[in-house]
Design a protein around this ligand. Structure first.
Ligand SMILES: [Fe+2]
Length: 508
């Protein structure tokens, strides 16, 4: 038994009970209902940002999750954490203490270092005499190593009122190496639909730190979401609803105080490192992760640095060279990252639809979405041409936002049907947003509007991706219902499967 374990046994009656037989606190903690009065761990645990020597471990103390302040008041609480190589915590390899403070919503962002690369770990927290549920996480493979495969899931858009997070329940069962969440983790407004399955508390629209915190707390009470956070490290980016519908850049008119409150709440509630804590109405969201020589994840931010002169009312406007989704600095950062080479799969994790959805070429209509790359054509062209010029071996764009599954082969020039394929895009549908597809919704289909679109499916679910040296395969997963409360009444199915072969741009 480690020194930390012994000390914690003294402060925790629960732990002491577990210690009578074997030091298997994990079993004691996880087999017990989580409803004990005063238990601060009702929001679960999470991990993220896997590096080859560590990751971020997260929890947030909230004994009364649906109260403003979470029932913590103005206390500062010491939270102990430990990391082990086994679920029974017999081999603890890292431990420490973090202070959970009111100014950070009593969130904890522990950052163990010096861990073995490419390995699985278990972690847990203790505070106020309680032990948290146990989470499973992993470190990234060592730099230069060649993992045989990587399995990740991707998800986005989970309006709490519009369904249960069964997609997360099934993702947890998939045992992925990573989970990518591509935005709209929560929604600032109530649904407004008449077929909602549960309700947000109190606020029609959240717009300050206390309310944003409460929104995240309620979201995190979903058992499926808790399971997925506890199952694997996550890589997260936000889209618009974490702040407000369709916000963008500095020019969209949202008050700086609200932006900072939204970013602060996002940081507090995600497994993000201390270095990303906002200190102004900005958060450093775009960043890169390396998975040995097999994969590189470029996690992008198409919200904060978005710039346009005017709405995309005409062709000249949407083609302005200075109209941008990424901003110049992030664009250069992305192109520099794509130039690094030495990696089989370059994966661009981002928020909004990349391929063109215009059916007969924007030359004719120019009536394109303000909220997709179609509306920022020079920006898209610079990035696409950029990866072609840098001879990126296998670029694949990973997208959320549109509440549909889509699979797209990407072309260099969307207005030239002879233009070669230069990459692929996988778009994950919503976890819940939109609710169960109704009988009036169009069935899943293979679309004809342009040669670069292969598939669209109006289902709730997620995308499951496995990549190895020779191919990347994506399974578009659908859940049978988001309105049935119990996952045992829900089935999971593969609706469609696409493959990208190494060195062959486009989908099969
Ligand atoms: Fe959404």
């Amino acid at each position: 038994m480690t020194k930390l374990n012994r000390r914690l046994f003294i402060v925790s009656g629960l732990a002491a009970a577990g210690a009578v037989t074997v030091p298997n606190l994990a079993g004691a903690a996880s087999s017990r209902p989580r409803a004990a009065a005063g238990d601060p761990f009702g929001l679960g645990v999470a991990s993220g940002e896997p590096r080859s020597d560590g990751m971020v471990l997260w929890t947030r103390l909230a004994p009364k999750p649906l109260d403003i302040g979470g029932g913590m008041g103005d206390r500062t609480v010491a939270v102990e954490w430990e990391v082990a190589t086994d679920e029974a915590f017999g081999n603890v390899v890292a431990s420490g203490t973090e202070q959970a403070v009111p100014g950070e919503g009593h969130s904890v962002h522990a950052e163990p270092k010096g861990l073995q690369a490419g390995a699985e770990f278990f972690y847990r927290f203790r505070a106020d005499g309680f032990i948290s549920p146990v989470g499973r996480t992993r470190s990234a493979p060592a730099a230069g190593s060649t993992p045989s495969s990587v399995k990740f899931t991707m998800a986005s858009c989970q309006h709490f009122e519009e369904g249960w997070y069964h997609a997360h329940h099934f993702m947890a069962q998939d045992d992925p190496d990573l989970v990518l969440f591509l935005g709209d983790y929560m929604y600032e407004k109530q649904s407004g639909r008449d077929d909602t399955v549960r309700g947000y508390v109190d606020f029609d629209e959240v717009d300050n730190l206390a309310e944003y915190r409460l929104r995240y707390a309620q979201t995190k009470l979903d058992p499926g979401l808790k399971a997925a956070h506890a199952a694997a490290p996550w890589l997260v980016v936000f889209d618009d609803h974490e702040l407000a519908n369709n916000w963008w850049g500095d020019g969209s008119g949202w008050p700086a105080t609200r932006k900072q409150a939204s970013f602060q709440a996002y940081w507090e509630n995600m497994p993000l490192p201390k270095a990303m804590k906002p200190t102004s109405p900005a958060i450093p969201l775009y960043r890169r992760f390396q998975w040995g020589t097999l994969a590189r994840f470029h996690m992008m931010d198409t919200r904060q640095y978005r710039w346009k002169q005017a709405p995309s009312a005409d062709c000249d406007e949407i083609r302005r060279e200075d109209r941008t989704l990424t901003g110049a600095a992030q664009e250069q950062w992305l192109l520099d990252g794509l130039a690094q080479g030495g990696t089989r799969w370059d994966l661009l994790g981002q928020q909004v639809f990349f391929a063109s959805r215009d059916d007969d070429g924007a030359e004719s209509t120019c009536d394109l979405s303000e909220d997709s790359w179609d509306g920022y054509q020079a920006s898209r062209r610079r990035i696409t041409q950029g990866w072609v010029d840098r001879q990126v071996r296998n670029p694949v764009v990973l997208t959320g936002d549109v509440h549909r599954h889509w699979a797209n082969s990407l072309r260099l020039d969307y207005f030239d049907t002879d233009s070669p394929y230069v990459g692929a895009e996988l778009v994950t549908s919503s976890v819940t947003s939109g609710g169960d597809p109704g009988s009036s919704d169009p069935p899943p289909d293979y679309v004809e509007n342009g040669p670069h679109l292969n598939y669209v499916g109006n289902q709730r679910g997620y995308v499951r991706v496995t990549a190895n040296a020779s191919e990347l395969s994506a399974e578009f997963m659908r859940v049978s219902s988001v309105s049935a409360p119990d996952p045992v009444d829900v089935t999971l199915g593969v609706h469609e499967r696409f493959t990208v072969l190494d060195g062959v741009p486009g989908l099969r």
